[in-house]
Ligand binder design. Structure first.
Ligand SMILES: Nc1ncnc2c1ncn2[C@@H]1O[C@H](COP(=O)(O)OP(=O)(O)O)[C@@H](O)[C@H]1O
Ligand SMILES: [Mg+2]
Length: 289
């Protein structure tokens, strides 16, 4: 909640004299069959906030880590609020798609967006076959991961066997992807309302180019093709605000990730566009509709 990007949003609201409250999901209470249907406690003032009565919109910053039960409950509350006509950015459907790496790429493929060859399975044997099919050089990722955590490049069949068995032992889904030789850098495009408002090249020391892992942001101006790919990707998964990761491999661009709750600390260093302003202006325009 006190993360850099959230603070930027608060400043953008303050500049415009727009009152706001901040709270985390554990401070949210859902009532059924009596009102208020949703209330929360403001983190600063400890005041009680009735969501539908007191607020116009919700900007969801990271939905947070939690058990499956907690995350499903959080999503259920967002869906209920949305059904009641409440403005939520990003829409719950987009958040749900984007926590799941298989789902993101499956939807992108339906939308004819180029994605890396990827295999997802619960079977160790099938995963081992896929390891060969993908050229004995793959990236294995947790389906629900982020910030590059848990992603591993595997080029050895014995290690693949051990890793795949460990994943299934813990009832995980094996998700493996051809390694896209991008030369230690990629593109992060920031999309707001169907338009790339800013972009950067992330230059890393290794194949993981996440800013949170130390990749250096560099200014980048995108080609029309990349802008369209990023916008199309965000739209396909239902994101009004999105961070789209584009890998440039030998066979052309591949969209590898769409983030529904992206931070922009690194990006803000290399762009003149105030990203928080863009988000706030977009939310205000939604409320006028
Ligand atoms: N198939 C791949 N080939 C090469 N590098 C990859 C591949 N998939 C991911 N990476 C690298 O790992 C980083 C993290 O992967 P990503 O799919 O974006 O997951 P997340 O950022 O949610 O952890 C990417 O930004 C990219 O640098
Ligand atoms: Mg990513």
């Amino acid at each position: 909640m006190n993360a850099w990007s959230s603070t930027q949003v608060r400043q953008a609201l303050t500049k415009r004299d727009i009152a706001y409250v901040c709270f985390t999901f554990p401070k949210l209470v859902a009532h059924l069959a009596y009102k208020p249907f949703f209330k929360a406690t403001d983190a600063t003032t400890q005041a009680e906030v009735k969501l539908q009565e007191d607020l116009d919109a919700l900007i969801i910053r990271p939905i947070g880590r939690g058990s499956l039960e907690e995350l499903v409950f959080r999503m259920d509350m967002l869906y209920k609020l949305e059904r009641q006509g409440f403005c939520i950015i990003n829409p719950p459907e987009a958040i749900e798609h984007c926590v799941d790496k298989y789902d993101i790429l499956a939807i992108l493929e339906d939308a004819c967006v180029p994605v890396p060859r990827t295999v997802a399975t619960e079977s160790v044997n099938e995963a081992l076959k896929a390891f060969k099919e993908l050229g004995n050089d793959v990236v294995v990722k947790p389906i629900f991961g982020s910030r590059g955590q848990g992603a591993t490049r595997i080029v050895d069949a014995d290690i693949a066997d051990t890793v795949f068995k460990a994943i299934t032992f813990h009832h995980g889904v094996i998700y493996l992807q051809e390694f896209v030789a991008h030369g230690h850098s990629d593109i992060r495009a920031f999309v707001v309302d169907g338009r790339v408002v800013a972009a950067m090249r992330r230059v890393a020391e290794s194949w993981k180019t996440n800013y949170s892992r130390g990749a250096r942001p560099q200014p980048a101006t995108l080609s029309k093709e990349f802008e369209e790919l990023a916008a199309k990707s965000a739209k396909a998964v239902g994101c009004k605000v999105a961070g789209v990761d584009i890998l440039e491999g030998p066979d052309g661009p591949r969209i590898v990730d769409v983030n529904s709750q992206p931070g922009w600390k690194g990006l803000q260093m290399v762009t003149k566009v105030n990203i928080a302003d863009e988000i706030v202006e977009f939310v205000l325009s939604e409320l006028k509709k």
